[in-house]
Design a protein around this ligand. Structure first.
Ligand code: SF4
Length: 329
């Protein structure tokens, strides 16, 4: 029994209406353990053969359409909403909403928002279906709830690289419904407003400020270390939704203009192992997923920077204007 809604009926209907012979399934890491159960159910209920993508996947930026082109008639991508990027084959997106037993944690969160009237409600794909009930709870307590769509995101939805749905929202504070710190950190850095996390998994309410300070201290240390760098690697992703070639070329130009060297390196997966042959370089700038430099920083021997952090290193931006890197589709 799973807490995720995989909308199996919708999947079966789509496969049958398209007379799909081979269907591809792609899951983010947290959902991959459901792959074989779903594959079995699809093969039992339809005449199609299932091909499961075994590669890591963290977003709709990383579709396995290129790998599956020619093998499958339809790719079912779970856990994410579509991004405005080219797709090589037909794709059905299944958001895989998580069925929480309760969102009463919001009542606890209200204690942290006593002096705030206008609240921006935010979450990620897995919990979008809860926003309506969450709004009712907040409004019953006299709050005014504000949400908007972003660039390629739904109302109240943020991605790890896209905070456009919270930017310029005239609220007194944001309330994030979900787990983890990464999305709330992005909301904080893009808006500078109070961000309260209502985490129904840990049954915990917390303010993101302490975590933000910790991350900023780490980023400051990386930037300081990279200030001594003379040779940079500029990492470009071959994943369609993370491919920022113009940005990478521009960064190389900026670095070389200052008399330092920069090398463009394209990879599918950025990992410490894949960077091992390039240890003659002093620092790396990541033009791929913006999470890599921030989230995985501890795993790397050399500093990994976002493009905005490189600007600070080169004196083109002040530390006070620190900004989260975002992918603008
Ligand atoms: S680029 Fe990174 S943060 Fe953005 S959707 Fe892809 S995996 Fe998520």
């Amino acid at each position: 029994m799973t807490n995720y809604q995989f909308k199996i009926e919708e999947i079966i209907d789509k496969i049958q209406s398209m007379e799909v012979k081979v269907v591809g399934l792609q899951f983010p890491e947290g959902l991959k353990t459901h792959a074989t159960d779903l594959a079995r159910e699809i093969e039992e209920k339809t005449d199609s053969l299932v091909l499961i993508s075994g590669d890591p996947c963290y977003g709709a930026c990383d579709l396995s359409d290129k790998e599956m082109e020619g093998c499958v008639d339809l790719l079912i991508h779970f856990g994410h909403t579509p991004l405005p990027i080219d797709q090589k084959i037909p794709i059905l997106y299944i958001e895989a909403h998580y069925q929480l037993e309760s969102i009463q944690i919001l009542k606890k969160a209200l204690k942290y928002l006593k002096d705030k009237k206008k609240i921006g409600l935010v979450t990620t794909t897995q919990h979008l279906h809860l926003l309506e009930d969450a709004t009712k709870i907040l409004e019953k307590s006299g709050k005014k709830v504000l949400m908007k769509e972003g660039r390629g995101t739904l109302k109240g939805q943020v991605l790890g690289c896209n905070f456009s749905s919270v930017q310029d929202l005239p609220v007194d504070a944001f309330l994030y419904l979900g787990s983890g710190n990464f999305h709330p950190l992005g909301i904080k850095l893009s808006t500078q407003k109070t961000v309260i996390i209502a985490d129904p998994y840990l049954n915990q309410v917390r303010n993101i400020d302490e975590f933000t300070d910790k991350i900023l201290r780490i980023r400051f240390a990386r930037i300081t270390r990279a200030s001594e760098a003379e040779k940079f690697g500029i990492l470009v992703s071959s994943k369609e939704g993370q491919f920022r070639w113009d940005l990478a070329k521009n960064l190389k130009k900026i670095i070389t203009k200052r008399g330092m060297s920069a090398y463009l390196i394209i990879l599918d997966e950025i990992t410490p192992q894949n960077l091992m042959p390039f240890m003659d370089l002093d620092a790396f700038v990541v033009t791929a997923c913006p999470r890599i430099a921030i989230d995985d920083s501890k795993m790397y021997e050399k500093p990994l920077l976002t493009p905005q952090e490189l600007e600070i290193v080169l004196g083109l931006r002040d530390w006070e204007d620190y900004e989260m890197d975002e992918i603008k589709y």
